[in-house]
Design a protein around this ligand. Structure first.
Ligand SMILES: [Zn+2]
Length: 154
């Protein structure tokens, strides 16, 4: 009986499972993809035990499939996350996360003097990666920000 209940909560028929999200990032990712505004059923696990990460967050969304572009944005928050696409309870596809070269209209420039704030333009950043460090360079003010600054600002 316990197992059946668990299955109802844990398994989804169709949709996406985002796993191996670092703890405390799950909520940000929900907001990033505006998942909290959908009518689809969403299951969130926060601070789940993980052998690799210590603690992790996990998100399951029914009937929603992440685009490649969304998966790349996800990579900025959670480079080691995994995205599984589920159909009829089976994993039919695993998305590989890759950092995008550019990110547009997701983040606001942290530089309050940046021209992008006063203009009706979409924000635009070039993604620079050196080993494990990821930086974003604003297209407008050309200032460079760390991944952490960008993802904390939201
Ligand atoms: Zn800027």
């Amino acid at each position: 009986m316990v197992k059946e209940t668990q299955l109802q909560v844990e398994a989804i028929r169709n949709g996406s499972v985002i796993d191996h999200i670092p703890a405390n990032i799950g909520i940000k990712i929900l907001k990033l993809f505006k998942m909290h505004k959908t009518n689809e059923r969403i299951t969130i696990g926060l601070n789940l035990p993980s052998s690799a990460l210590g603690a992790k967050d996990l998100i399951k969304i029914e009937n929603v499939y992440l685009t490649k572009e969304q998966a790349n944005q996800l990579a900025l928050y959670a480079p080691k996350a995994t995205v599984n696409q589920i159909e009829e309870y089976k994993v039919v596809n695993k998305l590989n996360l890759a950092l995008p070269e550019h990110i547009e209209s997701v983040f606001e420039c942290p530089n309050s003097n940046c021209i992008s704030h006063g203009e009706p333009v979409e924000s635009k950043f070039k993604v620079q990666q050196k080993q494990d460090n990821v930086h974003l360079k604003c297209h407008y003010c050309e200032k460079v920000f760390s991944r952490e600054i960008m993802t904390e600002a939201r």
